[in-house]
Design a protein around this ligand. Structure first.
Ligand code: GLU
Length: 600
């Protein structure tokens, strides 16, 4: 996830591009760069924030250009890896948002044909392809280039010899065109250009657009012209930064189909990239904190079932006090930021004890990635809301990918079953989208329980950590006291607290825990608790046992946490909103990065 902007018109491009990048900075900010053409192609880029670029670059003349704020996925945040990327002749400049899945194969082919690469990014292959395809017409070169790319991209391109022209293309990653008067714009998101125009065309997947100061042309991948009308965007600048959503948390919940897809692509599941990983552990220990711990707990079931590898989960802050034993599990540390102090110190302890270590991290180049022996990245982009949503969902995806690779590497999972699991994973974005389309119903339910003081979340087996995460989300943003319990544990004490005033959210999808969950639902119903059941689509039976049902599409039980968790995120969000809570900045809480000064 990153920000792209393009401009062509009569004004000086530099100021417009810099201002636009600042408005996109919430999308990612580890590096930034600009390319503008006047007589020559001038380019400035560097690691760091837009402010740094602005201060360090000279004034450059030119009426058209492109800019980028990067959120690294391939290659550390550093000058060489910053965008724009240029071709070998320094005539073409390109910025990219997304992940080019087949970049390794393309890079090898391009290098054999003499192209010299100057970055570690996946992006750079695109500019070298453009160089090969360019024969005096930038649009047709872009068209040919994008047909070679697999994965997700929003690209924007200029050529030194094609004055006043900016070409862009989109697949999965967003792009919008701003239609001005005697000037036109390209941006990843509306706020970047809303100051100049409110007339927008949202580019669709598989479309290529060319803007000049007085013209906008859109084509499909076959080169056929597509007629699209602009629409007036009715948004304030502040609202636009949240994409029209009331809170960043809601925006981030709705981004989940895309980041799941990006993470599937990023963890290189396709057989083209091979399955092997560097470890064949007999056992695994996962260490993490908070929401990442819950993801790890779901992961325990995935590793045990997919890779047939016994797995334990431990809170990072507790691991350091545990005694070293003779067993040598692979230690997997999970941390969104890669800077969580408790998890970092647990990894350091593990290394001292001689364990192999692997990290699952969202931020490229963070401390954890330097300390662990190997890293698996989630591709959630920047999370602004303090309550983790999309970073958690992508952790589930990364763990599932890792479990599949480990299963194959250890010879515990056949290739056919691995491929089947991959295909099933690839359908998850579609299913999450269908849950999100049901948000109004979840909102109504959330509002109906938003005035309680306490609630319970129940689940068994792989659904138990989902219940823990559902309760955590509820308490951290709505301040309702909430507890997650394994369905079978209630009768050993907590049942004493269940009354008509304590709603129970029961995860009762059709898996091996279903019958037992119905029993647990009976226990709480008998104490007058109002029960909301989260069940499998079409399960008419469940409706007889609970007061309300929310259904999720049927998927293999290992993947249901991805779907049920989205329901629980929405439930927490809407309950908190009904209570008028400060959702993006819950009291006493901060993102992991801010915590580091305080943890001991
Ligand atoms: N994959 C590209 C990179 O790592 C683009 C990342 C982005 O979307 O900012 O440079």
């Amino acid at each position: 996830m990153c920000g792209i902007i393009g401009y062509t018109g009569d004004r000086q491009a530099q100021g417009i591009i810099l201002a636009g990048l600042k408005r996109l900075e919430y999308r990612g900010y580890d590096s930034a760069g600009i390319a503008i053409v006047d007589e020559n192609l001038e380019m400035f880029k560097d690691k760091g924030e837009i402010g740094h670029l602005e201060e360090s670059m000279p004034g450059i003349k030119g009426n058209f250009g492109i800019g980028h704020t990067r959120w690294a996925t391939h290659g550390k945040p550093m000058k060489n890896n910053s965008h724009p990327m240029t071709d070998c002749k320094n005539e073409i400049a390109l910025v990219h948002n997304g992940i080019i899945e087949n970049y390794m194969t393309l890079k090898e082919e391009l290098m054999k044909r003499g192209h010299v690469f100057r970055s570690e990014t996946d992006t750079e292959v695109a500019v070298h392809l453009l160089e090969e395809f360019y024969d005096g017409d930038l649009e047709s070169a872009v068209l040919k280039t994008v047909t070679k790319l697999k994965g997700s991209y929003a690209i924007s391109v200029i050529h030194k010899k094609e004055k006043g022209k900016v070409v862009c293309a989109r697949m999965i990653s967003p792009l919008v065109l701003g239609i001005g008067k005697g000037e036109n714009f390209i941006a990843s998101d509306v706020p970047a250009i809303l100051e100049y125009t409110d007339r927008m065309i949202y580019l669709l997947d598989g479309e290529i657009a060319t803007i000049t100061k007085n013209n906008v042309k859109i084509q499909d991948l076959e080169g056929n012209e597509v007629k699209r009308e602009w629409e007036i965007v009715d948004m304030s600048l502040e609202g636009a930064e949240k994409g029209g959503y009331e809170h960043f948390m809601l925006k981030e919940i709705f981004e989940q189909p895309k980041v799941i897809q990006d993470t599937i692509i990023g963890t290189s599941l396709s057989s083209e990239n091979g399955y092997s990983i560097g470890f064949k552990p007999d056992t695994i220990k996962i260490i993490a904190c908070g929401t990442s711990y819950h993801a790890g707990y779901v992961g325990k079931h995935m590793f045990e079932e997919i890779a047939k590898t016994p797995t334990t989960v431990e809170l990072a802050s507790e691991y350091r006090f545990s005694s070293a034993t003779t067993s040598q599990p692979l230690i997997i540390g999970i941390t969104q930021s890669g800077e969580t102090t408790d998890t970092l110190s647990a990894i350091r302890t593990a290394k001292k004890r001689g364990h192999d270590t692997l990290s699952i991290v969202n931020i490229v180049g963070s401390t954890m990635t330097r300390e662990a022996d190997e890293t698996f990245y989630t591709r959630a982009g920047l999370e602004v809301g303090v309550a983790a949503t999309k970073t958690y969902i992508t952790q589930l995806i990364a763990i599932a990918s890792l479990a599949i690779k480990m299963g194959v590497t250890k010879g515990r999972l056949g290739i056919d079953r691995a491929r089947l699991l991959e295909n099933q994973m690839r359908s998850l974005p579609k299913h999450v989208r269908s849950i999100l389309s049901n948000a109004a119903e979840i909102k109504e339910l959330a509002e109906s329980i938003s005035d309680v003081n306490s609630m319970f979340f129940l689940g068994r087996n792989i659904n138990y950590p989902v219940a823990l995460e559902g309760a955590l989300k509820m308490k951290e943003i709505s301040y309702i006291h909430a507890e997650g319990y394994p369905g079978g544990e209630l009768k050993h004490g907590p049942l004493a607290l269940v009354t008509s005033e304590t709603p129970v959210i029961a995860i009762a999808v059709r898996d091996q825990t279903y019958e037992k969950m119905l029993g647990n639902i009976g226990e709480v119903s008998a104490r007058d608790a109002k029960v909301i059941g989260i069940g499998t689509e079409g399960d008419r039976e469940l409706e007889k046992y609970v007061d309300h049902t929310i259904f999720v599409p049927e998927v293999p039980h290992l993947f249901t946490p991805v779907l049920t968790s989205v329901v629980l995120q929405l439930l927490a969000y809407y309950a908190a909103n009904a209570r008028g809570c400060e959702i993006d900045k819950p009291r006493h809480l901060a993102s992991a990065l801010q915590w580091n000064d305080y943890i001991n």
